[in-house]
Design a protein around this ligand. Sequence first.
Ligand SMILES: NC(=O)c1ccc[n+]([C@@H]2O[C@H](COP(=O)([O-])OP(=O)(O)OC[C@H]3O[C@@H](n4cnc5c(N)ncnc54)[C@H](OP(=O)(O)O)[C@@H]3O)[C@@H](O)[C@H]2O)c1
Length: 360
Amino acid sequence: MKPLRLALLGFGTVGQWLAQALQTQHAWLQQEYGLVVTIVSVATARSGLIYRGDGLDIPTLLHLAATRQSLSAHPEVIHWTNILEGLQASWGDVLVEATGATLRHGEPGMSYIRAALMQGMHVVTSSKGPVALVGRDLLALARAHGVQLRMESTVMSGTPVLSTIREGMAGTRIRAIRGLLNGTVNSILSAMALGQSYAEALAQAQAQGYAEADPTDDVEGDDAVAKTLILAAVAFDRTLAPSQVLQRGITSLTREQVQQADALGQRIKHVASLRLLSLDGTEVSRATADQDSTHTRLEARVEPIALPLTDPLARIDGLLNAIVIQTDTAASVMVIGPGAGRFQAGQGVLADLIAIAKSS
Ligand SMILES: NC(=O)c1ccc[n+]([C@@H]2O[C@H](COP(=O)([O-])OP(=O)(O)OC[C@H]3O[C@@H](n4cnc5c(N)ncnc54)[C@H](OP(=O)(O)O)[C@@H]3O)[C@@H](O)[C@H]2O)c1
């Protein structure tokens, strides 16, 4: 395995976690996986891009970030205020894109990812926006340039869902996916199942730091829609626009509705689902299935559903996420794990890096 020269865009929670892990676990990563990484460039909104061909010093980078100094204070670097120009002028094997790209237009991540792929760099991204909006196009661009685009952290954070689909389940045809993809929403619904109102459960989640002060993206389902679009690209090779996903949030759910479901032996869960259907709306036959988009369509929904307790998703509570993948060979495969968190997101990026290093 050859050493990887890494360009790191975004040096916040995820970027710093990764740099720290590469520093502290250096010997183990080399011994266990043959992974040797040199961080040659780092970029942030405030600092622009810094580059040093023989490698940046990780403790210095972490110190500058912790003391809120510009990264351009790192010794002996070339510095660009325009990050895209810096990326195109410098050289690396892998781009790790961990900026806060928005779900609305996918920038800045989308431009950085495109530029890197077109330069023949592998890309690992933890930003949902670009891969939700144009994931299939970006995957095609990566293939056209003979490189990989990986995004494990974007769905269920570091819990290995996308690698399970892409590598673990390679050779199967996926027919349907159902999942609980947002821990904040699942924790609110779990608290409501114990008797709280929506407002009480949201206030508790905010007090415990699980919900944002403005929880709209979570509780209205935008975050789950983005993850559903990523799954559509990775598992079904389809591009869906956000408007093609039926989207219902949980804000109008009442305690009474949750209690009624409970009395019927059901649990209300916020379920994201993708289902391959024939054009007439019927299930695709397992034996003759053809995923060609001219013969099938992909139904996508994010909505609260009352699930019977026999449904494995009904018993997934609190911050946990879960996904059930139905294929034509294995009846169904379920993955359960945390869906957020600094460690999980960084771990997903690290696992993607190791996968790239193994195949380089
Ligand atoms: N944290 C998690 O648990 C987690 C989990 C899964 C996925 N993610 C995703 O991973 C990405 C990074 O998350 P994070 O928590 O590390 O975010 P963060 O702590 O807010 O850090 C974002 C970094 O990106 C930089 N940045 C922002 N706009 C930029 C631009 N236009 N060009 C270059 N750099 C820019 C910021 O620069 P400054 O330092 O100058 O502000 C900062 O260094 C996000 O898309 C997030 O949704 C995070």
